[in-house]
Structures are given as structure tokens and as C-alpha cells.
Design a protein around this ligand. Structure first.
Ligand code: ANZ
Ligand code: ZN
Length: 858
């Protein structure tokens, strides 16, 4: 049996598509536009199965929409700045630029082998000055618009390497290379004011109705709006006051202490005369500062000796602690603690012997005997021990307390967001230089527009620790643009999320001199369908939504939301293999026979573990290149699409890829060497077609063809790619069973083959082109319109109903949908199973429920 020659076929069609410019996007005002985008990759070296899945999904959408006559933009580029390039430079002595360019070349070639319908003329790499010059200008515009500021913030400092470490470079609190315990240091850094948009970014989530609910929820939680009050506590024997943020002003009567963050100004002030406190603060600094670290760390505090006066009970002076669980950058960096109603405060109170006074009593519990033991009570109830608040429920008490505070000048209603401003400074080389000059006389001076871009120098030395830009002999020394005196460039570069926050807009006119030419951007944006991993559900998407708003404020764009539709694909998984020595083994090393598995070379037994996300650490990866070599792109694509719905995880199996390979071959043989006559292309319906009712199998296949067109169209619209594949398999089966040699059958077969190949186009594009040509069509499938079903053929003219004898199902019969009651009864009684059950007896009664069931009573 000859096999589908995928190598030649795939190369041939890839070449023809490219040569004919089949996928060049051209804005056409007469057409509806469709912008489909997959998250662009970091050029890490080689593509992995996650890429294959992501880009296949996007390609199906792009090809489908193009066939439907839309003007499609489907671009690809490279998120090319980042830490791995720099690590490679340090470890393998290769320049990050060279490493990145080589990786891009390899991965571009791999993507091209997959037959993805990209408009490659729009390819961009974010490490090119022609790209990042625009974001330098954007940054300066943001600065002018008040959306950028600089302040001191903490970084991870490696005391051995004398370098700042990225969070990923800190492993269990130690530097990734030196192994030395990481210290915290304060550095002046640049921030973007994403918090200015917190409310808007939250509210607009409601409108993103083509985003997964889960992603909207994650963003909502990340923004984290909470409403409560600010409360001012006077400090005993001081002109200062302590400002706290609380969501529970109703519990003020139950306050038993106040606590401030280690970075709170009052903490530093108190520590100045208190060596023990200073030591405590220093110790706290050593431990992690992420929210997760703080959640899990033991809660500790140190009494400053200060006394805070509760506005509702000024006679009771509360101790003020410096505590490791209070975050400086949330609310005001200070709290009051109410141990009876907050678990964390309760633990703290027990540890430091502070009073626990309940002020909220659950409904139905006696206030006199209500007390708190091991667990704080945070539920609803009525206020007790709370003066003027007594008897109110929690919600009413919050409002009343806030009102009272405002009246006293001791507080006000307030809203807090968890969202922090976006720190964009990185003390790294391989990134976009921040276009700022520091002048001893003039201070911070933006690089003038006519001096942009600030190009990243390539002659750098990685043998010295630290940021190569900071110790570059010439690059950083410049004349101040304002006074002409000696000055220094900013040596920090942007967080690489900066580049990915606007690349989708740049694709609208990737070569333009202007960053974002109005007409192009207006035509193409927003992205109609964005596709990528759930790991980007928060930061990348939020930053892009913010950036779009900031760009709008600065006159670059006219819209707020960059991505109208979002799909997050599941992971590609594989079972794992482990030998008794505890080592993991790659699927390629395993020989499987039935339920057992051994190591191919040695025969050593292998424990087969459950399917997990493909990862280098467990070696359960399958290299896409090997699959492309062995089976070709269409088989790989087909398997990716047919196994499970896109949002779900997909299990890669040998059996699955083999099954896809068989179907590809079956289609190829079926169409290129048909066993039965096939009408010529565009043959009109044969005369007397209507009389063909006699040959119902021909009609049935013809009807199924149209139903398949309708159903697959609907499936693709809804990303039900696995369902679409199943329907194509069914149609192929039906066509395989159509054996008539008459003109009608030949014509129905032609309709069926044409439809099958057309519908397969977005899924298996090379094979489909090849078969389309084999079917005698002159025009490329990529330029052919999507088929439209005949609506008259979509209504069922036949229904299958069950027949029961004395309430027991005995069989089914197919009858015309418009059959009369008599016809239905006759068909039911003639059913062989029914006749057998009756066994010659005459039915007493036959009940017909039209279109549903027949019950025969004997
Ligand atoms: C008194 C109180 C009593 C509180 C009570 C809770 C329960 P969300 O909902 O996340 O906004 N808080 C405020 N600022 C903080 C900071 N910088 N670091 C750590 N904790 C802080 O949480 C708000 C609550 O978290 C606030 O309400 C405050 O404790 C605490 F029965 O104030 B509450
Ligand atoms: Zn100057």
C-alpha cells in the first residue's frame, strides 16, 4: 500500500503559499476584518509541544475565517529580550544577541514546517532597535503624562556576585550561581502607574464576554478591590498620628493593638533609639517579602513603646507593634488588630498576651456568654461591647462607624486595591534601555526624541559580575541634553513584559516608521481572537490592557481593550517513566508492551506514572521535530485537534498519533485513487436526481454531506475542533460505504469529496491542498471559499422511533418524518423484533406517540 508522501507534499504547498503571498494580510474596507493572534514565543531554542498546540489552534481559526471571506491578520514574531539569553551568555560564552538570533532562525524554520498561515512579512523581534525605539518614546510620553515615576524599592542582592538577581534567579533564598544567601537592597526604580486604572481595569472585565470566566476572575482577584475605611489613631505624647486601613471599622471597639510594617516611617523612627528593634527589623528583612512568604511565615512583632489612641475609646491606649505580617504597600502600611474577629490578630494576641474582646455576636447566641477560644469569629451578627454601635448588624455598624469617624475628623470611607504599580526597572543587560539620563546638575533628563533609540551596545563584557551596562567603558557616559555637562545614562532596562504589552498593536503595521499608524491600527484592532497559555492569564493580559489605556491617553490608540476574544489552551501532557534508581526517562527510551514498560536498551523495568504536563525535569517530553520528521505536520496537527477540546489538557500518546496518521492516509487514498466513479468538478446535478429516492444510500450520503458542512462550520465557530474531526471521520466513512456506480452516485460522491476536503482545509492544510488539486480544482484551496450547506437538506426527513411491546423496548424503526399514524403503526408492527415478541398474537391496542414511540399492548 502506498503511503501519503507528506515530505514532498508539505514542502510543495508551503512553497506555493509563500510564492503566491496567500497569507499576506491586506486591509480591505469592503470586507469584515478578523485579527487572530497567538501569544508570541520567547526564542528559547526549539519549539515544544505547547507551541505546536497553541499555533495549530490559531492557524485553524485563521484559515477558517479567511475561507469565510474575512480579511484576516495572522502574524508571528519573537518576544526576544530576557534572562535566558543572558544566562546562556554567562554559561556558554555566547553573546545574547547571537544566541537569540540563532534561536529565532531555528524556531522560524520549525514553525514554517508546520504550515502555519502567517503573514511572515510582519514578523518582528522585540530586541530590534526598530521595535524598541517606539517603546522608548512611549515611555517618555507616559512620563510626560504623569504615568511614570521613580521611587526606591527593594531588590534581591547577591553579595558574592555583586549583582541584582531576578526573582527567578533566587532559589530557596540563595543566588542561583553563588549559592550565597540573598540580601535585600533598596534601589531607585521606575514604575508605571497601573493603579491609576485599577477601577477601570476591574469594571471593564464585565464587558469581556468572550474571555473565559476563570481568567476574568483571576484578574478581578489580582486587582483585589476592597472597601473599608481609613482610621486615624492619635499617638500619645506625639504630634503624629497613625493612619490605618480597615475593612472592619465596625470592630473598632474590639481593637487591642496596632501594628505597622517594618518599612513604615514610624518603624524607622522608633528603631533609631532602640537597637533591639533595629535588630528585629533587620532580621525580618532577611526573609522573603512576597505575599506568599508573609502568609506562611510565623507572625512576629516587636513593641515600639508607642501608644495609639482608639478614636472610639481614647481612654484605652493601644500598644503599637512593628510586625512582619503588615505589608508596607497595602492600604497605609498600618493596621489595628481585633483578635476576636480576625484569626491572624488572634494568634498575635495570644502570643503577646493581648486582650481578646468580642464585639460581634452571632445571631441566636447569648451575648453574655459568647467568648472566643481557638478561632476568631468573622461571620455576621450583632454588635456588642461597642457603645453606640451595640445592636446593629455588621453591615449597618460599618456604615455607622464610618459616619461617626468622618464626623469626628478621625477617618473616612476608603477603597483599597491589591494591585501595585508596575515596577519596570531591571538591572539586566538583555532588555530595552530606559531612555533616561541622570545629570548631577539637572537631575533626571529624558533622552530627547531626536536621540532615540538608545541602542543597546553589543560590545559588552560578561566576565565581570553585575550589569554590563553599568560598567561599560563608554556607553553610559554622555553629555547632558539640557546643560551639556557630564552625565550618565540610566543603566536599567525594561521588564520584558513591556515589549509584550503592545506587540499586538505593532503587528498592524510592523514596518512603519510611525509606531502605530492610525489607519492600520484602526482597521485591525482589537484582536478578535487571542490564544495562549493560562500562565499569562494575569500579568501579561493585565499589562496589555493597561498599556492600551495608557497609549490611548497619550494619543496613540483609540480603544481600551486590546483582546475582544480570548481562548486559553490546556497543557500537553504525557505519562512519565522512572526506573528503580529513581531516574526519569524520556518516552523515546521506553519500549512498551501491553501494560508493562522497560528501558529499550537494557530491558530494565520501568514504572509508568500518570500523565503530567510535559516537562524537562521529568523528561516526559516528545520533541515536535521528531514527530514532524516521522509523520509530517498535518498528522501532528490532526492529533492535537482531535484528542480533546482546546481548553482541556491533551494527552500525547503513540496510539493517538498513529491513529491520526492512519486517517491522513485513508483520506489520501480515498480521494487520489477512488474505487468508484467520481463526477467531474462542477458537474451539474444529474437530470432526474429527484427520482433517485429509490436509491436511498446516495441521497443519505448527499444529505450527510450538507449536514456535515453545517455542523463543522458551527464547530469551528465554537472551537469544537475535536467534534469537527469526528464529523469528518463520519463523513469519510459514509463516503466509503457509497458504492453505486451510476451518475447520481458519482455526482453525490463528488459533492462529498469536495466538501470533505474543503472542511479538512483548516485542520490539515497540506493534505487538503493536495487532495483539492487531485480532485481537479485549479484554484488553491487557500483561495477557495468555505462551502455553504443547502438549508433544505438540513431538516430531517426521517425519524427513528422506538417500538415497545407491553412497555419493553423491542426495536426501532426509521419512518418518514411526516408519516401518518397508520403508516407508523404498520411500520412498527412489521419490525422483526416486534413480530417475534408478538409471536402470532394479535395486539389488543397500539399507542402511537407521533415522532417518539409506539407501544404495542397484547
Ligand atoms: C481591622 C480588622 C478587624 C480587620 C477584623 C479585619 C478583620 P482586605 O480584605 O484584603 O482588603 N490590613 C490592612 N492593611 C494591611 C497591610 N498593609 N498588611 C496586612 N494587613 C493589612 O483586608 C483588609 C484587612 O487586612 C484590614 O481590615 C486589616 O485588618 C488588614 F475583625 O482591620 B482589618
Ligand atoms: Zn544637566
Amino acid at each position: 500500500m502506498t503511503r501519503y508522501p507528506f515530505r514532498e507534499t508539505e514542502a510543495k504547498w508551503q512553497h506555493r503559499w509563500e510564492e503566491s503571498g496567500a497569507f499576506i494580510a491586506r486591509p480591505d474596507p469592503a470586507k469584515r476584518k478578523y485579527y487572530v493572534l497567538e501569544m508570541f514565543p520567547y526564542p528559547s531554542g526549539r519549539i515544544h509541544m505547547g507551541h505546536v498546540r497553541n499555533y495549530t489552534l490559531g492557524d485553524v481559526v485563521a484559515r477558517f475565517k479567511r475561507a469565510q471571506g474575512l480579511s484576516v491578520l495572522h502574524p508571528m514574531g519573537w518576544d526576544a529580550f530576557g534572562l535566558p539569553a543572558e544566562n546562556a551568555a554567562i554559561q556558554n560564552n555566547v553573546h545574547p544577541a547571537e544566541w537569540t538570533r540563532e534561536n529565532i532562525a531555528t524556531m522560524r524554520m520549525q514553525l514554517k514546517r508546520m504550515g502555519l498561515s502567517y503573514d511572515w512579512s510582519r514578523e518582528l523581534a522585540t530586541c530590534d532597535p526598530s521595535y524598541y525605539r517606539h517603546e522608548q518614546k512611549m515611555f517618555l510620553d507616559f512620563l510626560a503624562a504623569g504615568l511614570v515615576y521613580r521611587r526606591e524599592s527593594w531588590v534581591n542582592w547577591d553579595p558574592v556576585e555583586h549583582t541584582v538577581l531576578a526573582n527567578e534567579q533566587v532559589i530557596d533564598g540563595r543566588g542561583w550561581r553563588s549559592g550565597a544567601p540573598v540580601e535585600r537592597r533598596k534601589l531607585a526604580q521606575w514604575f508605571l502607574k497601573i493603579t491609576d486604572f485599577a477601577e477601570e481595569l476591574l469594571d471593564a472585565l464585565k464587558g469581556l464576554d468572550r474571555w473565559p470566566e476563570r481568567v476574568r476572575l483571576m484578574q478581578e482577584n489580582w486587582i483585589g478591590r476592597s472597601s473599608g475605611a481609613r482610621v486615624f489613631f492619635a499617638l500619645e505624647a506625639s504630634a503624629d498620628r497613625l493612619e490605618v486601613y480597615t475593612t472592619r471599622p465596625d470592630t473598632l471597639f474590639g481593637a487591642s493593638f496596632c501594628a505597622i510594617a517594618i518599612d513604615h516611617p514610624l518603624a524607622a523612627e522608633s528603631a533609631a533609639g532602640n537597637a533591639e528593634l533595629a535588630a528585629f527589623i533587620k532580621e525580618c528583612r532577611l526573609s522573603g517579602t512576597s505575599e506568599a512568604d508573609i502568609e506562611t511565615a510565623e507572625k512576629r512583632g516587636f513593641d515600639t513603646g508607642l501608644k495609639a489612641l482608639n478614636p472610639f475609646r481614647p481612654e484605652q491606649a493601644l500598644p503599637v507593634y512593628v510586625a512582619n505580617f503588615v505589608l508596607m504597600d497595602y492600604g497605609t502600611g498600618a493596621i489595628f488588630g481585633c483578635p476576636a474577629h480576625d484569626q491572624r490578630d488572634l494568634e498575635f494576641a495570644r502570643k503577646y498576651g493581648l486582650p481578646v474582646t468580642p464585639v460581634v455576636c452571632p445571631e441566636g447566641v447569648d451575648a453574655g456568654s459568647f467568648s472566643i477560644a481557638g478561632e476568631a469569629y468573622s461571620g455576621p451578627g450583632r454588635l456588642i461591647n461597642s457603645g453606640f454601635l451595640d445592636g446593629l448588624d455588621v453591615e449597618a455598624a460599618k456604615a455607622r462607624a464610618t459616619e461617626e469617624l468622618a464626623g469626628m475628623g478621625a477617618g473616612a470611607a476608603a477603597i483599597s486595591y491589591r494591585l501595585r504599580d508596575w515596577g519596570v526597572s531591571r538591572q539586566r543587560y538583555w532588555g530595552c534601555p530606559i531612555p533616561i539620563i541622570h545629570c548631577p546638575a539637572c537631575g533626571i533628563v529624558p533622552v530627547p526624541a531626536d536621540q532615540l533609540p538608545v541602542v543597546l551596545p553589543e560590545d559588552v563584557d560578561f566576565n565581570r559580575p553585575g550589569n554590563p551596562l553599568a560598567h561599560h567603558p563608554t556607553w553610559k557616559h554622555v553629555a547632558c541634553p539640557t546643560c551639556g555637562g557630564g552625565a550618565e545614562r540610566e543603566t536599567d532596562t525594561f521588564d520584558t513584559f513591556f515589549e509584550s504589552s503592545w506587540y499586538f498593536a505593532r503587528f498592524c503595521a510592523a514596518d512603519a516608521d510611525d509606531a502605530l499608524p492610525r489607519a492600520a491600527v484602526h482597521y485591525w484592532l482589537p484582536v478578535d481572537q487571542y490564544i495562549g497559555g493560562i500562565e499569562h492569564a494575569i500579568l501579561h493580559l493585565l499589562y496589555s490592557r493597561f498599556f492600551t489605556r495608557a497609549l490611548k491617553r497619550c494619543g496613540y490608540l483609540g480603544l481600551e481593550e486590546p483582546f475582544a476574544g480570548l481562548m486559553t489552551q490546556g497543557m500537553v501532557c504525557h505519562e512519565t517513566y522512572r526506573t528503580a534508581d529513581g531516574r526519569w526517562h524520556a518516552p523515546s527510551e521506553i519500549s512498551r508492551g501491553g501494560d508493562s514498560a522497560v528501558l529499550a536498551g537494557t530491558g530494565a523495568p520501568v514504572t509508568v506514572g500518570r500523565s503530567e504536563k510535559m516537562s524537562k525535569s521529568k523528561k516526559n517530553v516528545v520533541d515536535p521535530e521528531g514527530i514532524l520528521d516521522a509523520y509530517g505536520a498535518d498528522t501532528a496537527r490532526l492529533f492535537m485537534l482531535s484528542d480533546s477540546p482546546p481548553e482541556r489538557d491533551l494527552e500525547w500518546t503513540e496510539a493517538g498519533i498513529d491513529g491520526a496518521w492512519r486517517f491522513v492516509n485513508r483520506l489520501w487514498r480515498m480521494v487520489t485513487t477512488p474505487e468508484h466513479p467520481l463526477a467531474l468538478p462542477d458537474t451539474p446535478q444529474p437530470a432526474g436526481w429527484a427520482d433517485l429516492a429509490a436509491d436511498t444510500s446516495t441521497l443519505r450520503v448527499y444529505r450527510q454531506t450538507h449536514k456535515t458542512i453545517a455542523a463543522v462550520t458551527d464547530d469551528l465557530e465554537k472551537f469544537g475542533f475535536n467534534r469537527a474531526v469526528a464529523r469528518l471521520r463520519e463523513l469519510a466513512n459514509a463516503l466509503g460505504e457509497l458504492v453505486g456506480a451510476d451518475a447520481a452516485a458519482a455526482w453525490a460522491r463528488r459533492q462529498g469529496f469536495d466538501a470533505l476536503v474543503c472542511l479538512a482545509g483548516p485542520l490539515m492544510p497540506h493534505l487538503a491542498e493536495e487532495l483539492w488539486a487531485a480532485l481537479g480544482h485549479r484554484q488553491m484551496l487557500a483561495a477557495t471559499a468555505w462551502p455553504v450547506p443547502d438549508p433544505r437538506l438540513l431538516v430531517d426527513d426521517e425519524v427513528v422511533i422506538g417500538v415497545q411491546v407491553n412497555g419493553k423496548l423491542r426495536g426501532t424503526v426509521a419512518i418518514p418524518a411526516n408519516a401518518s399514524e397508520d403508516e407508523t403503526r404498520a411500520a412498527a408492527l412489521a419490525q422483526p423484533g416486534v413480530a417475534k415478541a408478538l409471536d402470532g398474537r394479535a395486539p389488543r391496542k397500539v399507542i402511537v406517540v407521533a415522532g417518539r414511540i409506539v407501544n404495542v399492548v397484547v
